[in-house]
Design a protein around this ligand. Structure first.
Ligand code: CO
Length: 133
C-alpha cells in the first residue's frame, strides 16, 4: 500500500552548486550526501516537513541521470511513493500493464529498497516505489 509521497528527485549537474539554493535560499538543512553505486549517482537529501527533496548528480557518463540531463537538462526527475511492500506494488503495476524499469527492488539511498516504473507507461513521470528498511 502506498503511504505517502516520500520524496521528489531532482536531476542536477552539480550537488555542490545546487545545494546552496536549498540551504541558503530555501533554508533547508542538508541531511546527508551519499553515493548510490547501483544507479551511478551521488544524492543529497533535504527535508521539507515529512517529504524530502533528493538531488541527483551523475557519477558516470553512462549513469541514467547523465542521460536524463543530456535529454532534458536539470529539473524534476522522479516522484517517489513510500510503500510498505515494493514487491506487491510492482506486481500490481505489472498487472496494470506498466512497463517496469526494475523487475525486482534494488538498493537505493539510505539502504531503502526501491524500484522504478518507466515514464512511458506512467504518463510521463518516472515513478519510484521506496520501502524504508
Ligand atoms: Co528517489
Amino acid at each position: 500500500m502506498i503511504k505517502k509521497i516520500d520524496h521528489l528527485g531532482i536531476a542536477v549537474k552539480s550537488i555542490d552548486e545546487a545545494r546552496r539554493f536549498y540551504e541558503e535560499v530555501l533554508g533547508l538543512p542538508c541531511e546527508g550526501i551519499e553515493e548510490v553505486r547501483s544507479q551511478k549517482v551521488r544524492t543529497a537529501f533535504f527535508s521539507v516537513g515529512e517529504v524530502h527533496i533528493e538531488l541527483l548528480e551523475p557519477t558516470a557518463d553512462d549513469s541514467p541521470v547523465a542521460k536524463f540531463l543530456e535529454k532534458n537538462g536539470e529539473g524534476i526527475h522522479h516522484i517517489a511513493y513510500r510503500t510498505d511492500d515494493v514487491e506487491s506494488q510492482l506486481a500490481r503495476a505489472r498487472e496494470g500493464g506498466c512497463r517496469l524499469v526494475h523487475e525486482t527492488p534494488i538498493q537505493g539511498a539510505g539502504g531503502k529498497r526501491v524500484a522504478f516504473l518507466h515514464p512511458k507507461s506512467t504518463f510521463g513521470v518516472l515513478t519510484e516505489f521506496c520501502e524504508p528498511q
